[in-house]
Structures are given as structure tokens and as C-alpha cells.
Design a protein around this ligand. Structure first.
Ligand SMILES: *[C@@H]1O[C@H](CO)[C@@H](O)[C@H](O)[C@H]1NC(C)=O
Ligand SMILES: *[C@@H]1O[C@H](CO)[C@@H](O)[C@H](O)[C@H]1NC(C)=O
Ligand SMILES: *[C@@H]1O[C@H](CO)[C@@H](O)[C@H](O)[C@H]1NC(C)=O
Ligand SMILES: *[C@@H]1O[C@H](CO)[C@@H](O)[C@H](O)[C@H]1NC(C)=O
Ligand SMILES: *[C@@H]1O[C@H](CO)[C@@H](O)[C@H](O)[C@H]1NC(C)=O
Length: 493
């Protein structure tokens, strides 16, 4: 597999280069201080962030020199000097539950960054010193029978290939089946798409759909219901950009919280109240709509079906809602783990979600309303498993890794109460999102929070390498300070 993604970062610009200088000095001081014993601890609001100064300090982790080829950094056109730090990470599988924050008291994520010249990225043997590997615990995914769910997507032949990296992450090599209603296929296009999906080991059925999008979407219910097996319990309607970080966790959640023998429809509400005001309280399709087989059976009865299919609504999820309103006492159950994500912006806009440590069962709008390469974020799962995606660790020095998305430094410290809330990183008002993702807190400036955003995740022979980059601040047209790079290599077992 090649490089998965490269995307530009743009950041708020507030503080002075003095901050980066101060950070460099602080980091240097930090490394001179003996590091207390490494200890993994799960989230507890009453615990202070800082380690107990009374505790016996342990010797700091050893560093090791390694000769590295950093030519892959050339494409970022870094400032004439930039800082570089790296760390190897070994994943240790655990049976525990996935926490929203794991505290690593006294453990630093990386050692004092080295200052390199931009020309050095052309030298294939740069000498880099880093701490010896860090061990992070990541729970195993639950074991589930994935044949209990069938997914349906209505899309066009043009758009479908864009969904492959998404589907490949969570649908390949599973027993779940996929039905795609494809509009406007060219001659021979369906067999080609079909064999591409087969190569990804996805159990897919493609059909030429001559229906308008909204009707094609609604018709998935009956197609999936008619194609059900003895094992099918859930019928899921998703968009071609609905991402599922961990299918085993999604299914375990559905099966433990709900009873699929009953008539149920589980979905996301929009996380933006403005959308709810506009479209009403209805299942919002992008977060995924999960219909139990008994309810799908009721909606597929000829009289109900024909009446619902005659709707002139332009949105498929609205037809689902109208159909329930007209023919069933069942109302949607809104599940907070499913995320419609009706928010706009660049890479940094949805940071609050991805830095919350909360387990997201679905993620939507990542390549339209905002731009985050979620398959690249999730690629680290090849080394750490699905539960490690966007898992969060708090390291010595108020440094937080949101695995796959960012590394954030809080030079003025960060409280655990703050880390429990979601930072309102996108430009909008708190009240619109509180019902879905609260508690929310104010966006932090660059003087309070320094962020390295993931710019590339690549699967190598020895592990998965994540490159995180913080661009130097631009004041006027001028760059002030240095670009800063951190790389993490999650080693394969
Ligand atoms: C490349 O880096 C190595 C180790 O840091 C150094 O010894 C060597 O002189 C450098 N070569 C060039 C051409 O800069
Ligand atoms: C990190 O892992 C790579 C690949 O196994 C290895 O070559 C390198 O020496 C390791 N570096 C450190 C500092 O442990
Ligand atoms: C599916 O399994 C095959 C064979 O074990 C493996 O090569 C491939 O990488 C897997 N695909 C994914 C997306 O995990
Ligand atoms: C798809 O269906 C439409 C309408 O039934 C038909 O006109 C078209 O030729 C079909 N396309 C393919 C590639 O089969
Ligand atoms: C699930 O619902 C069915 C049908 O109402 C019922 O018979 C069964 O006992 C329920 N299962 C559980 C675990 O509650």
C-alpha cells in the first residue's frame, strides 16, 4: 500500500515565535529532569494532571541513535530549519474497555526535538536520536458475527470508486454483505466495479438503478430485506462517505443496547440544531440508519411500500421518516455514537470531535463538508487494531496524542475536566451542537494549544508510520519560527 494521504493544514495564527523558542527550552529542561516510573492509568476526574512530585523519580527512558532517510519530508517544503522528533510504539493488546483518555504519568511521548536544516531532508542518512520504544495498551476488538448486518448504498458509478478506501477499512474480509444501487452505469461498468470490490474481498451486489436518488435510497430497505438470510438482524442504510472505524464495536453496541427482534430504527440526529430546525426530527442518513429486520418487513409490505415509494421527497432519509410517520408507531432512536457531522471547514475544523477520545461508531462528511482523510487516520489500525483509532493518551508535559489525527501540546496545562469536554474548533455557536456532542468548551488559541496535525500515514514493512506536522506561524506574509515534525512508528507485532 502506498502513501495514503497528504493534506494541507491551516491553523489559527495568534502567538509569537517566542512560544516555539520557549517550548524548545522547556523541552530541553524537561529532558534533563529525571522521569518518574511509567504507569498507565485510566481516566479519573479527581486525579491531578501532573505527576505527584513526592514520588521517587525513575531514570528517564534511554535514547538510541538511528540513521534515517527523511527524504519523504521533502514534499512539505519545510522552513529552512525545522524540528524533528520521533518514537517507535509497540502495541500491547489488552482485554479492558476502551477508555476516552489514558494517562501516562511521568512518560514523555518524545525526547527533545532535533533541529534539522531543510536541506537535510535530501540526505538519506540523517542521524536521529530518540527514546527507545514506547508501549501503549490498546483493547482488542470484540468478537462478533458480522453476517448479522447488510449494508445498502445508493450512489453513482462515478462516485463509487471514491468509496473504496472507506469500504476497504471496515468491510473487507467480513461476512457482512453490501448492496449498491448504482445510477447511470456505463456499458460494462458494473461488472468492472463488481470485480474491484471482489478483489477487496467485499461481498457486494451491484445493481443498475433507474430510480432517482431518494427513491433508490429508500428502495434499499426492500432490496436488503428480500436478500436477507437467517442470520440477518440489521439492515443498514449508509452514504458512500459513511465511515465505520470498528465494525465489531458497532455491532456489539447494536446488540447490547438494542434488541433486533423488535421493530427498531436506530440513527443519528443531526448534530447541528440548525439542520434539525430545517428538516425536523428525523433519522439523518449519513450517520447510518439501522433498521431491525421486523421493521424492515413491515415497511416492505406491498401497500405500505408502494405508498412510500410514491413520495416526491428529494432526500432518501426523509422518505424513511415520512414512511414511518404515515405507517408505523415506531420512531427513530437517536444514538449518540452515530455521527452525521453537519459542520463545515478545513482539516482543523472538526478537531474537537477527533480529539475527544470518544468512540465514534460512524463518521460522516469527512470529504465534503470538512476535509479529513479518515481512511488515512484509521490506517494505523493495521498495527494497533481498530480500537486504537482516535484513542487518546495524555503524556508528561500536557501532551495529548489523538491517535491518527493529532498531537496537541498545552503549554499552559490542560485540566482533565477540559479533556472530558469537546473543544468547539469549528466556527459556530455552542447551543447548536450541545444536544449531540456536549459538553463543549471554547476554542483554544495558539498560545494555549499547539497542534501537530497528521499529514501522512503510510504502511511500511516494519509498521505504520504517522507524520504529524505543525506549520510555523505566518505573521503578515512572513513565516516566524520553525515548522515542527513528529513521527510515530507503530510497529507490527
Ligand atoms: C548526512 O548526514 C550524516 C549524518 O548526520 C553526515 O555525517 C553527512 O555528512 C551528511 N551528508 C551530507 C551530504 O550532508
Ligand atoms: C524503531 O524501529 C525500527 C524498525 O524496527 C528500527 O529500525 C529502529 O532502530 C527503532 N528505533 C528505536 C530508537 O528503537
Ligand atoms: C484481507 O485479508 C487478506 C488476506 O488475509 C489480506 O491480504 C488483506 O490485507 C485484508 N484486507 C484488509 C483490508 O484488511
Ligand atoms: C440501466 O438501466 C437503464 C434503464 O432500465 C437502461 O436504459 C440502461 O441501459 C442500463 N444500463 C446498463 C449498463 O445496463
Ligand atoms: C427481545 O425481544 C423479543 C421480542 O419482543 C423477546 O422475545 C426477547 O425476550 C427479547 N430479548 C431480550 C434479551 O430482551
Amino acid at each position: 500500500m502506498g502513501a495514503l494521504s497528504v493534506f494541507a493544514l491551516s491553523r489559527s495564527r495568534r502567538s509569537l515565535s517566542l512560544v516555539s523558542l520557549a517550548l524548545c527550552i522547556l523541552a530541553t529542561l524537561d529532558i534533563l529532569r529525571p522521569q518518574p516510573e511509567s504507569k498507565t492509568q485510566s481516566f479519573d476526574a479527581k486525579q491531578p494532571t501532573r505527576p505527584d512530585p513526592q514520588r521517587q523519580p525513575e531514570p528517564e527512558p534511554q535514547t538510541q541513535t538511528q540513521i534515517m532517510d527523511l527524504t519523504h519530508l521533502a514534499k512539505y517544503e519545510l522552513t529552512p530549519s525545522f524540528t524533528y522528533s520521533r518514537r517507535n510504539i509497540t502495541r500491547k493488546a489488552s482485554d479492558g474497555k476502551r477508555e476516552t483518555l489514558t494517562k501516562m504519568d511521568g512518560v514523555a511521548l518524545f525526547n527533545t526535538p532535533q533541529i534539522l536544516g531543510a536541506d537535510e531532508v535530501w540526505n538519506r542518512s540523517t542521524s536521529i536520536e530518540s527514546f527507545t520504544p514506547l508501549t501503549l495498551h490498546v483493547p482488542n476488538s470484540p468478537e462478533v458475527d458480522t453476517s448479522i448486518i447488510s449494508f445498502g448504498i445508493a450512489t453513482s458509478a462515478d462516485r463509487l470508486p471514491d468509496a473504496f478506501p472507506n469500504l476497504q477499512h471496515w468491510l473487507s474480509n467480513t461476512s457482512s454483505s453490501l448492496y449498491v444501487a448504482v445510477s447511470d452505469p456505463q456499458e460494462n461498468e458494473l461488472p468492472e466495479l463488481q470485480s474491484q470490490l471482489e478483489r477487496l474481498n467485499i461481498k457486494a451486489t451491484l445493481a443498475n438503478s433507474s430510480l432517482v436518488f431518494s427513491a433508490a435510497y429508500f428502495s434499499l430497505i426492500k432490496e436488503l430485506y428480500d436478500a436477507r438470510t437467517d442470520k440477518t438482524e440489521w439492515i443498514a442504510l449508509i452514504d458512500d462517505d459513511t465511515f465505520i472505524p470498528s465494525l465489531p464495536t458497532l455491532l456489539t453496541h447494536l446488540n447490547t443496547v438494542y434488541n433486533s427482534s423488535q421493530e427498531l430504527i436506530i440513527s443519528a440526529a443531526s448534530d447541528n440544531f440548525e439542520q434539525i430546525r430545517l428538516f425536523g426530527i428525523q433519522p439523518y442518513g449519513g450517520g447510518g440508519i439501522f433498521i431491525s429486520v421486523p421493521l424492515a418487513g413491515i415497511l416492505s409490505q406491498p401497500e405500505i411500500w408502494d405508498s412510500c415509494m410514491s413520495s416526491e421527497s428529494e432526500q432518501g432519509d426523509q422518505i424513511v421518516n415520512e414512511c414511518l410517520d404515515a405507517h408505523s408507531p415506531v420512531r427513530p432512536t437517536f444514538d449518540l455514537g452515530l455521527n452525521q457531522m453537519d459542520l463545515h471547514g478545513d482539516f482543523s475544523a472538526p478537531a474537537g470531535y477527533f480529539e475527544s477520545g470518544r468512540q465514534m461508531l460512524t463518521i460522516h462528511h469527512w470529504r465534503s463538508w470538512f476535509q479529513v482523510d479518515i481512511p488515512a487516520v484509521a490506517a494505523v489500525s493495521k498495527a494497533c487494531g481498530d480500537e486504537g483509532i482516535l484513542m487518546r493518551w495524555l503524556f508528561e508535559g500536557d501532551v495529548v496524542l489523538s491517535n491518527g489525527y493529532s498531537i496537541a501540546e498545552y503549554p499552559r496545562g490542560i485540566s482533565e475536566t477540559d479533556l472530558k469536554g469537546v473543544e468547539l474548533t469549528w466556527s459556530d455557536e455552542v447551543w447548536k451542537y450541545m444536544h449531540h456532542i456536549g459538553p463543549l468548551r471554547e476554542k483554544m488559541g495558539r498560545d494555549q494549544k499547539r497542534s501537530f496535525g497528521m499529514v501522512e500515514t503510510i504502511v511500511l514493512e516494519e509498521g505504520v508510520r504517522q507524520t504529524y506536522l505543525e506549520r510555523a506561524e505566518e505573521i503578515g506574509m512572513k513565516k516566524v519560527g520553525m515548522d515542527r515534525v513528529v513521527e510515530l512508528l507503530w510497529l507490527f507485532d
